[in-house]
Write a protein that binds this ligand. Structure first.
Ligand SMILES: *Cc1c(COP(=O)(O)O)cnc(C)c1O
Length: 393
């Protein structure tokens, strides 16, 4: 039964790219400007302190690439990992593994340490693995803060403590593509050497720019060992004598306007309020899932409560056909849900709750899922929306 009205807003509840605020859309809808002189240059410079504050770094440098998250991964590797280097990938879903594949293609020797199924990275296992590497051959440890496939949140501070406990000098490189601007990150405080992010998830800007945040130790290694790429090279981008060197070519003009507006919105709301909003909304999703699961085989993929991310929730549906659920939501009810990624798509779906999202949007999404489950005629715990509301009391 297709939605007979076909009106109102279609809801996008996927974990990126996320809903673009109207303010950001309007800010980007401007004619092209001079890229050699004038306000664009000041606006670009104004992004850097706000981006660094988001990353939690005062000492580090920020680089903006015209690239998606995969490009930002490549940038981080190009400056740190050389053919023959060993890296350790801490897998807890799909994305760290993909970053590791890129390192392997660059000629690195990639070791993988998998988290137990449906759990986050275990810091004790990291410590034990690094102690085995007595000769310190491993140059870098790659990990994601939030894995967008499994829905896990990894405790980066604890992983750093584990590396220190093992007395291991490897770089700690963290992918925050899914969650920068959704959950706290403290690059300097936690001792992260390289952080990678992109603009299209928590930062509410259309896909197209990626970031590297670079600590002193990583930058010193880049100076010492060089970079086999002129495009991804951190050095000219962080010490530009001419504006165009920041982007190694033409600036992403409209993206700069859009990101400036998005960062302004974030400054206005305040980071503490933003993190609290993400945590509240994620709690509403978990409360609804728990209620549905009282009668149906529906549950959060991540088993430990504390390791469930506030940016995305991956939901297992057992024998309930998640593809049919997503189809009804999208085609008939105007809500697009995330598909299971790297997992069985017939028994997994995801709800993105990152960036420009508020209570009515998530209540609408949860209520729509209940409508779809009802239409499918499957038994499920009624009152997920009610449980979501109660979770905020
Ligand atoms: C989305 C995402 C990526 C990939 O980003 P693209 O822009 O699609 O290249 C990598 N890592 C994580 C954790 C992500 O959420």
């Amino acid at each position: 039964m297709p939605n007979s009205l076909q009106t109102g807003r279609h809801f996008l509840a996927i974990p990126g790219p996320t809903v673009i605020p109207d303010r950001v859309l309007r800010a980007m809808n401007v004619p092209m400007v001079n890229i050699y002189d004038g306000p664009l240059i000041d606006m670009t410079m104004s992004l850097m302190p706000d981006l660094k504050r988001l990353a939690g770094t005062q000492e580090g440098e920020a680089v903006i690439y015209i690239a998606n998250g995969h490009g930002a991964w490549e940038g981080a590797l190009a400056n740190t990992v050389h053919p023959g280097d060993e890296v350790l990938v801490l897998e807890s879903g799909r994305f760290a593994g993909g970053w590791g594949d890129q390192a392997a293609q660059r000629g690195a020797v990639v070791h993988r340490l998998e988290a137990p199924p449906r759990h986050g990275v275990d810091p004790d296992a990291v410590e034990a693995r690094l102690r085995e590497d007595a000769g310190h051959a491993i140059r870098a440890v790659l990990v994601v803060q939030v894995d967008t496939a499994s829905g896990v949140w990894n405790d980066i501070a604890a992983i750093r403590r584990a590396m220190n406990a093992a007395g291991h000098p490897a770089l700690l490189m963290v992918d925050c593509i899914a969650c920068l601007g959704c959950v706290p990150f403290d690059m300097d405080g936690w001792g992260v050497d390289v952080m990678v992010a992109a603009c299209q998830k928590g930062l509410m800007t259309p896909p197209g720019i990626g970031f590297n945040f670079i600590g002193e130790k990583a930058m010193a290694l880049r100076r010492e060992r060089g970079c086999m790429s002129s495009y991804w090279d951190w050095l000219p981008r962080t010490t530009p004598d001419l504006y165009y060197k920041i982007f190694c070519g033409t600036a992403p003009v409209q993206h700069i306007f859009g990101l400036r507006e998005a960062l302004d919105m974030m400054v206005e709301e305040g980071m503490d309020a933003i993190y609290a909003r993400h945590s509240r909304i994620a709690g509403m999703v978990r409360a609804a899932v728990a209620r549905w699961g009282e009668v149906a085989p529906i549950e959060c993929n991540i088993m430990q409560e504390a390791a469930r991310s506030d940016a995305v929730t991956t939901i297992l549906t057992g024998a309930i056909d998640a593809q049919e659920l997503r189809r009804i939501c999208e085609d008939d009810l105007d809500v697009t849900l995330g598909l299971g990624l790297g997992m069985d798509a017939t028994s997994t779906f995801r709800i993105g709750h990152m960036g420009h999202v508020n209570e009515p949007m998530i209540l609408g999404t949860l209520g729509t899922i209940e409508m779809a489950l009802s239409r499918m005629g499957v038994p499920f715990g009624r009152g997920g929306v009610e449980a979501a509301v109660a979770s905020t009391a």
